[in-house]
Design a protein. Structure first.
Ligand code: SAH
Length: 252
């Protein structure tokens, strides 16, 4: 084995949601590679070289990290949440598959992290207690027809849906179109959670019904969680409702 490459997820924001394994990898790294805001979350230390790149440069960032590791450095590539969920781990393996065969000799270690969907679910109860799926609404890396086909299929099949990347400046209308499509399939009272910057100082979490879901509530730091027809809502007098999805389901 030559060099070392850790693929690390830093969790949703709160340092308490970064796993001890992630912290250990960061403490032995010689090089830190990632998108600027994620690299900024790692405190500087002597001997740690920082390599910051822009968003959407995943493959060149992955190749750079692999080159560093192949030269004998101990490299940590950071993502938010979990590195395997809409993040850098796939980009690194894609670069390995298509790159220099020597990269297959690099000691790659994937360190799991707390993905945004788990932090969001924990804030509102247990909405992921039964079958669910995670879907990125971004059509940067897949055609919009694929997004809508998948949304229809999973809503129809009764999955709870964790929607990542719901909106951005370049993708302003897609979330509204997704809600319109889902309103044809799911009951109007289906709970929808808008959870922004969860576990950070400006966290905002709101539970509404699908009928009232307004895409303007979401920004790039929002995860939109859409219940299934089975998801239950427990009203409380002085707090937002709890949501949970029962563990069992009757025969259709
Ligand atoms: N690897 C990350 C996901 C990266 S994609 C993970 O496992 O969580 C970026 C998307 O993740 C954002 O558009 C948003 O939908 C979601 N996200 C990341 N951090 C979040 C947070 N603290 N609160 C709410 N959503 C978050």
């Amino acid at each position: 084995m030559i060099g070392k490459l850790f693929l690390v997820g830093l969790g949703p924001g709160d340092p308490g949601m970064q796993t001890p394994q992630a912290t250990a990898a960061l403490s032995v790294a010689t090089d830190l590679v990632g998108y600027g805001p994620y690299v900024d979350r790692v405190p500087p230390r002597p001997g740690l070289v920082r390599h910051v790149s822009d968003n959407r440069e995943e493959i060149s960032r992955a190749r750079h990290a692999l080159e560093l590791a192949a030269s004998g450095r101990r490299v940590t590539v950071v993502s938010s949440g979990d590195t395997g969920v809409f993040a850098m781990a796939s980009a690194v393996f894609e670069a390995i598959e298509h790159g220099d065969t020597a990269w297959r000799g690099i000691d790659v270690e994937v360190i799991p992290g707390i993905s945004a969907m788990f932090a969001v679910a924990a804030r509102v109860g247990a909405p992921l207690g039964h079958d669910f799926c995670a879907l990125s609404l971004s059509d940067n890396l897949k055609p919009w027809e694929v997004v809508t086909r998948r949304l229809r299929a999973v809503a129809d099949a009764g999955f709870v849906i964790a929607l990542y990347n719901p909106i951005s400046r370049a993708r302003p209308w897609q979330l509204g179109a997704a809600f319109a499509l889902l309103r044809d399939i799911l009951p109007p009272a289906t709970p929808v959670v808008f959870a922004t910057a969860v576990s950070r100082s400006d966290e905002a979490v709101t539970v509404v019904s699908l009928a009232d879901a307004d895409p303007a509530r979401a920004d790039m730091r929002t995860l939109v969680l859409i219940g299934s027809a089975a998801t239950r809502r427990i009203e409380r007098a002085s707090a937002p409702p709890w949501l949970y999805t029962p563990r069992s389901v009757d025969a259709a």
